[in-house]
Ligand binder design. Sequence first.
Ligand code: FE
Ligand code: FE
Ligand code: ZN
Length: 281
Amino acid sequence: MKKPNLRLGCHLSSADGCFLAAVQANSIGANTFQTFTRNPRGGAVKPIEEMEFDEYLAGAADLDVSPILFHAPYTLNFAAAREEVLRFARDTLRDDLLRLERCPGQLYNFHPGSHVGQGPERGIELIAETLRTCVPAPCSTTILLETMSGKGSEVGRTFEELRAIIDAVGDACPAPLGVCLDTCHIWDAGYDIVNDLDGVLEEFDRVVGLGRLKAVHLNDSMNPLGAHKDRHAKIGEGHIGLDALVRVLKHSSLSHLPFELETPNEVDGYQREIALLRSRL
Ligand code: FE
Ligand code: FE
Ligand code: ZN
């Protein structure tokens, strides 16, 4: 059965602004997209006008491209041991969220952080403290913790760690707080979405609550279950496989969410993957 409301897109550059990224998304069959808020490796930020938020907001309905899933630079560490590293991450988060008030109501995803030997409990507390103290109010953006593969000392490798962060934030974050589920990451973390998708989602619901789930990163994985590696593969070319990823896309607990591809592709490759996935709905 066709799902007319399925939101499926991919990671795109917004170097020329969000409006042109939305036009590009539309041209490749995507009706949502993900983009970095700034240079993913550094902190360089472009003048707010060049993000073309107003142009995007004016044109989004006609283009039918929404929501935008903004991704924080992946080099930020909200569980850092070094004061200046932590401060840089927190200042960047605050600045990103202030800027996103010019494009209200979108999603903002970040990697919780790496505890760098301090232990997951300390990492969880530092991440929660960030969300308690560094989110500007009011904040119309929904903030998402990304599920992680568990490479190195990453926090967020289990659903329990995400729950612990959410619990430690409590009511103190002015923004809605949710989770972005990355299929490559949870597979690498040891959740068997190939043979037991229902069981994994039941576990997520029991531990975190499916109501917290606001977006999905749809990626294949170059590595076997539980490898804790985090290397994305093209759809159907990894250990998860096309059939399992189609089941994720069609699952009744997930099909209302925006799905973003972060596979190793240029734009034409994304276009082919979107067409392939849509042909399997
Ligand atoms: Fe990510
Ligand atoms: Fe991801
Ligand atoms: Zn990844």
